[in-house]
Design a protein around this ligand. Structure first.
Ligand code: EPZ
Length: 432
């Protein structure tokens, strides 16, 4: 087991380079399955979700070459199967994008039900299925498998999503790219990674218009050709480091961002008294004075992202007064609250609302990350807390943050990753 050990209470100074966006990369990698010939993908973050998806494609017969640590060449021409039922599929949410990609390429798909961060309940895929069915697929869910069949391929259709879903928008867009005729997705998600996927597919020869608005029109094409594409910078990784500076105080230049994507986060941090200076592809984040209270409601893009809710909640723990956070996307995304309470945070949760009473300081404690962004929030709490914080469950954090230890050490944080043999290993060593 690996844990992070943080000696907190130090302001952060320096520069942090932002990596490619996880949620764009995990949509683009499955999309490569539909491309004839090699596609070179640049600015891929080195995170375990990416590695897992590449391994899934490899198992299926893809030829994957490492060009450098953030560039891969993926050639899926050799994949002959529309089946991916391996155990590793269950570990990663985005593996369900293979359904859309396989349906597009083969007209059928058999995939293990996806895993990923659990926000306290089942993460439904009814809107994905509704889309596939509208396009002519027969979908069956049995024994943890999703099995889709069509009669000779998909046909374009009009689909109105009942909820704004990133996953359903991506999956339907993938399936529609190679379907016959026009697909219209209404009430579509507008996140930057949706636009990035559309740009990737268009650069390979697809015909997708309207990505970034709530109506996306996909005119199916016969085939997609190989090419080179660079993934956009990660909005949530950038936001996480901005929140870290807000919490600890200091002055950090966040490099390689698209400032427009950061508006919803920058605006909230400014309300809290943080100075943010935009210059080209950088944001300078300065926090010298006390933090002010505010309210936050998470919403689909361009609203405040749910994937930043735990991180900003930790910042609000240190603001003077009472702040209210309302989670507008997930039913239960407050599993981190009990852990942060061990560090002295005062948060009361009632359904989707958290009431945060600001405290003067947090104190270090042993805590466990229950999911990716909650883990990032614990890192932030540890960085600003007095004393030592030990975080377990860091494999969640490593699903989504490239080189988090190195990046934070680069701006003066006292954080290290420590390998601790677990009891079973100890026992087997003792026996030996
Ligand atoms: C994506 O998950 C992200 N994951 C999540 O980020 C993010 O929290 C979420 O979008 C919302 O922004 C990836 O991109 C891989 P949704 P996704 O479908 O696609 C309901 C992170 O930390 N819904 O937009 O699974 C659902 O229950 C991760 O990086 C249905 O009811 O989310 C939720 O309330 C975690 N039926 C809401 O819609 C469906 O068929 C939004 O979910 C699908 C979703």
């Amino acid at each position: 087991m690996t844990k992070y050990v943080i000696n907190g209470g130090k302001p952060l100074y320096g520069e942090i380079d932002i990596s490619g966006a996880k949620n764009a990369a995990v949509a683009i990698i499955p999309a490569a399955l539909m491309v004839d010939g090699p596609c070179r993908i640049e600015n891929l973050p080195q995170i375990s979700d990416v590695t897992m998806l590449l391994n899934i494609l490899k198992e299926m017969g893809a030829d994957i070459r490492t060009i450098n640590k953030n560039t891969m060449e993926i050639d899926c021409s050799g994949i002959k199967t529309a089946e991916a039922t391996f155990d590793m599929m269950r570990k990663i949410r985005a593996s369900y994008y293979l359904i859309g990609a396989m349906l597009g390429r083969f007209g059928k798909a058999k995939v293990a039900m996806p895993g990923g961060c659990n926000f306290g309940g089942v993460r439904p895929i009814d809107q994905h299925i509704k889309g596939f069915e509208a396009m002519g697929a027969e979908v069956e869910l049995t024994n943890g498998l999703v099995n889709c069949e069509t009669n000779g391929g998909l046909k374009g259709a009009s689909i109105f999503l009942d909820v704004v879903s990133v996953g359903a928008t991506v999956n339907i867009m993938l399936a529609a790219a190679l379907a016959e005729g026009m697909t219209v997705i209404e009430n579509a998600a507008r996140e930057p990674h949706i636009v990035d996927l559309a740009n990737f597919l268009n650069s390979m020869g697809a015909d997708i218009r309207g990505a970034g608005t709530n109506v996306i029109k996909v005119r199916g094409v016969k085939s997609l050709r190989g090419g080179t594409y660079a993934v956009i910078p990660d909005q949530i990784e950038a936001g996480t480091y901005m929140a870290a500076v807000a919490a600890t105080g200091g002055d950090v230049l966040i490099k390689n961002v698209i400032p427009k994507h950061m508006d919803c986060i920058s605006g909230k941090l400014r309300e809290m008294g943080v100075t943010i200076v935009e210059n080209g592809e950088t944001l300078r984040v300065i926090r010298k004075s006390a933090l002010k209270r505010t309210n936050v409601k998470t919403l689909p893009y361009p609203g405040f992202p749910t994937d930043m809710q735990p991180q900003v909640a930790v910042v609000l723990c240190l603001a003077k007064g009472t702040s209210i956070v309302t989670e507008g996307v997930w039913d239960n995304r407050y599993k981190y609250v009990d852990e942060i309470a061990k560090m002295g945070a005062k948060i009361k949760v009632e359904g989707r609302v958290a009431v945060i009473e600001g405290v003067d300081m947090l104190t270090g404690a042993p805590v466990t990350a229950p999911d990716l962004r909650a883990g990032a929030a614990m890192v932030i709490a540890g960085l600003c807390a007095e004393g030592t914080t030990e975080i377990e469950g860091v494999h969640y954090i490593e699903r989504g943050y490239e080189a988090i230890i190195e990046k934070l050490r680069g701006v003066g944080a006292d954080i290290k990753s420590v390998y601790v043999p677990d009891e079973q290993e100890n026992e087997s060593r003792d026996v030996g």
